[in-house]
Design a protein around this ligand. Structure first.
Ligand SMILES: *Cc1c(COP(=O)(O)O)cnc(C)c1O
Length: 355
């Protein structure tokens, strides 16, 4: 028997919980818990990955040159304005490591993405959560009020995970006017593609208007590459250079790079999938609202049922029907799946009294 290891660790880790994976369930489960694209990867993607697999003995391009150039062309920016990473979670982590340390603060809406407090915690800084408004939108007045001279970053999420509520232009304008120019503002656009194109904010334009803004996007959701891990952020070049400094070398692997390139080349097919998911979202929300459920306006590929009572009833019914959803202390988030999965969900909830 060896002794239990007792290594000295950073004080910041005391506040971070150990990750405990959920208990898997035997048999087939309909997974509506992780906001993934429910459709199988496109042929162009699997073919590009298979081809690149023959060269796996080589390191990938460390700075993802082709992918940055293609993103630049697609989005009308320069290649130097992009930083790539192992999913946008890792890019957000790199950003926080670049700007914040022990004694600093990071202001964020809450409830929002469950990774934010962990990523802030790992940087050593203190997370300052600011409650959403009663309609689950960002409370920009309170977010701006929470900014002090210790603040090193403000996180924004639109549409917000897990509530689905979007941040709109007036609120962003107000916030950007109040946040000091040397405090970075992250606009997390993980669900950008599912939002209404006529109303949504667009990081590619906003980084030109606001020098301290950085926008993050991912290939994990609309582009269906969650398993490969690739995401990026865009900002002015001086900000991007700082984020590269804290990025683990080669964190965007070779298969992720070619898959993202192939997916960008299939904009039409991706758009078609997104339109299907958005139409399904409207069908599911309308059906549930007609049955009496209070569901906040969602512009993402998921919906939010607020409240503990509703959560418990929904989780129990879904468990019986072998559907996995994501429960939080104050509500439950349900991802929009393929049409037949959504019908299965609606059938499971038919017998549940809304609360
Ligand atoms: C899914 C998600 C991300 C990105 O996830 P990656 O798979 O790491 O790219 C980022 N922000 C939010 C709010 C998300 O829900």
């Amino acid at each position: 028997m060896t002794e239990t290891a007792r290594i000295r660790t950073r004080k910041a880790l005391e506040a971070i919980a150990t990750y405990k994976p959920g208990k898997g369930r035997p048999g087939k489960v309909t997974k509506l818990s992780s906001n993934e694209n429910p459709f199988a990867p496109l042929d162009a993607v699997t073919e590009a990955v298979a081809e690149a697999a023959t060269a796996l003995n080589r390191y990938p391009d460390m700075v993802s040159t082709m992918l940055r150039e293609t993103l630049a062309q697609t989005l009308g920016l320069s290649a130097e304005q992009f930083v790539l990473g192992n999913g946008s979670c890792s890019v957000i982590q790199s950003l926080l490591l670049a700007v914040a340390e022990s004694g600093d603060e990071v202001v964020m809406p809450w409830r929002s993405f469950e990774a934010y407090p962990i990523l802030v915690g790992v940087s050593g800084a203190t997370a300052v959560p600011v409650p959403l408004r009663p309609d689950f939108s960002h409370d920009v007045e309170a977010l701006a009020d929470a900014v002090t001279d210790r603040t090193r970053a403000v996180l924004l999420c639109t549409p917000n995970n897990p509530t689905g509520t979007p941040l709109r232009r007036d609120d962003l304008t107000y916030l950007m006017e109040r946040v000091p120019g040397d405090v970075v503002v992250l606009l997390d656009e993980a669900y950008f593609d599912f939002d209404d194109p006529t109303e949504r904010l667009d990081g590619t334009e906003l980084i030109e208007t606001y020098p301290n803004l950085i926008a993050a996007r991912t290939f994990s959701k609309a582009y269906g590459l969650a398993g490969l891990r690739v995401g990026y952020a865009m900002a002015q070049v001086s900000t991007i250079e700082e984020v590269w400094k804290t990025t683990v070398p080669f964190s965007t692997n070779a298969l992720a790079q070619v898959a993202a390139l192939a997916a960008l080349g299939e904009a039409e097919a991706v758009g078609e999938q997104v339109r299907t998911i958005v139409a399904e979202r409207e069908r599911v929300c309308e059906t549930l609202r007609r049955a009496g459920w209070q569901i906040p306006d969602t512009r993402a590929n998921f919906l939010w049922i607020p409240g503990e009572a509703g959560r418990d009833a929904v989780v129990a019914a879904c468990e019986d029907a072998a559907i996995s959803v994501r429960a939080f202390p104050d509500g439950v988030r349900i991802s929009i799946g393929a049409p037949e999965e959504n019908s299965q969900l609606l059938a499971a909830l038919e017998g549940v009294t809304p609360r």
